[in-house]
Design a binder for this molecule. Structure first.
Ligand code: T4K
Length: 373
């Protein structure tokens, strides 16, 4: 059996059927129905956030959140707003900025956590900067305090792309409570899924109204349309899947920890293999298993390991290669060089990690990695 980088968590079929059964009586399938509301309430409590709005996917959640926070409007006021963000992410982050007619300005990352380097943000701020969109990449937490200080000093909005950070806490505080808002993705490939889905967690009630209206065609009331919105509502079937998966999320994360720990047992202390070191105060979710290969020391490059594993039907991923500012659609944007992001994107590989991945399979993967070229 091939092994992929991840495998979606799913409940028992009977559990899902139980959850969707009422719909066959009520015929209420979407538009923020009772299952959506139940799911929303349980998520608020699980994530420890003040409020959140559910979306059909993480990307649209991010795109709409940028608008709801007022970055788009401010961008028009200043004649072409700029948003400081990371080049080491999935392309969705950057597309969400660009599709709001804002210019992404790429700030380099730190080698220690692959997140935006807070010490390099301020030098990129101009009179056109309207916000910062950092990413908790792989579930590694950004330096939220430094970012908050910079944002306050310069009057900027902060929207975290927390697509990978579901359920994480920093010093006991839900990660979705930092910044003005945080997006979570519930895509099938994530730690937690509702098949497709996403959410924006926020504190300010004003943002809640804007998010709610923008994802529902800009409808303020039945007859009053106050903004140019779109349709990005999460439906009842997906909400039901979310409710089921939420019941098992703690066991699922616990099992990911088992997988993570086994890889670390096998791969730690090897010259040329760099593993991410746990962050102080962070309750992790083990979303990804990134490994940085230093060819000079290890003897094999990231691409060598990728190919060797592929030959044995182990499909790892080069998340996130190329760096965004090396992609065809962004490479002509200009901006400062981001050598750390470029280097990391060239040398990092994400190994299979998911609930239920057998220890023998992890060992087989490690044997292939550690075999001589
Ligand atoms: N921001 C960040 C930082 C993100 O990483 C993402 C999404 C977003 C924003 C946007 O959130 P969403 O709009 O997606 O909610 C995947 C996902 O499609 C994407 O959600 C994710 N990031 C990105 C990092 O990865 P692919 O093209 O690499 O996925 P795919 O189809 O190759 O799947 C990988 C493996 O997962 C498969 O080999 C098998 C397994 N799998 C896949 C699917 C689709 C399953 O087990 N079940 C499934 O249903 O993009």
């Amino acid at each position: 059996m091939p092994i992929y980088v991840t495998r979606s968590s799913m409940p028992e079929l009977s559990e899902y059927i139980e959850e969707i059964k009422p719909m066959f009586e009520t015929h209420m399938l979407t538009n923020m129905g009772p299952i959506y509301k139940k799911f929303q309430g349980e998520l608020i409590s699980y994530l420890g956030v003040r409020d959140l709005s559910l979306f059909v996917n993480g990307h649209l959640a991010l795109e709409i959140a940028i608008q709801a926070l007022g970055m788009t409007e401010k961008g028009e006021e200043v004649g072409g707003g700029e948003v400081i963000t990371t080049p080491f992410t999935f392309v969705s982050t950057t597309h969400a900025i660009t599709r709001n007619n804002l210019k992404p300005v790429f700030c380099d990352i730190r080698k220690s956590d692959y997140c935006i380097d807070p010490d390099k943000i301020e030098e990129l701020i101009t009179d056109k900067t309207v916000g910062i969109v950092p990413v908790h990449v792989y579930g590694n937490i950004c330096d939220v305090h430094k970012i908050e200080n910079i944002a306050e000093k310069h009057g900027l909005k902060v929207l975290y792309d927390g697509a990978h950070a579901f359920g994480e806490k920093y010093n006991g505080r839900g990660i979705g409570t930092f910044g003005d808002a945080t997006m979570f993705s519930f895509h099938a490939t994530k730690v937690f899924n509702s098949i497709e889905g996403g959410a924006v967690a926020f504190r300010n009630k004003r943002y809640g109204v804007a998010l709610h209206e923008l994802k529902n065609f800009g409808m303020h009331t039945e007859t009053s349309i106050t903004s140019v919105g779109l349709n990005a509502k999460l439906d009842e079937f997906r909400s039901a899947m979310g409710l089921c998966n939420l019941r098992h999320i703690d066991e699922s994360i616990q099992d990911r920890k088992r997988v993570h720990d086994r890889y670390y047992e096998r791969l730690s202390g090897i010259d040329g293999i760099e593993l991410f070191q746990a962050q102080k105060g962070v309750t992790p979710n083990y979303a990804y298993l990134p490994v940085y290969f230093d060819k000079k020391k290890f003897g094999k490059s990231r691409d060598d390991v990728y190919m060797e594993l592929r030959e044995q039907e182990v499909y790892t991923r080069k998340y996130f290669y190329p760096a965004i500012n090396d992609l065809e659609c962004y490479r002509d944007l200009g901006g400062p060089a981001t050598p750390v992001a470029h280097d990391v994107s060239m040398n990092i590989l994400t190994l299979p990690i998911y609930e239920g991945l057998a220890t023998e399979d992890i060992d087989m993967i490690c044997d292939i990695i550690l075999s001589k070229k």
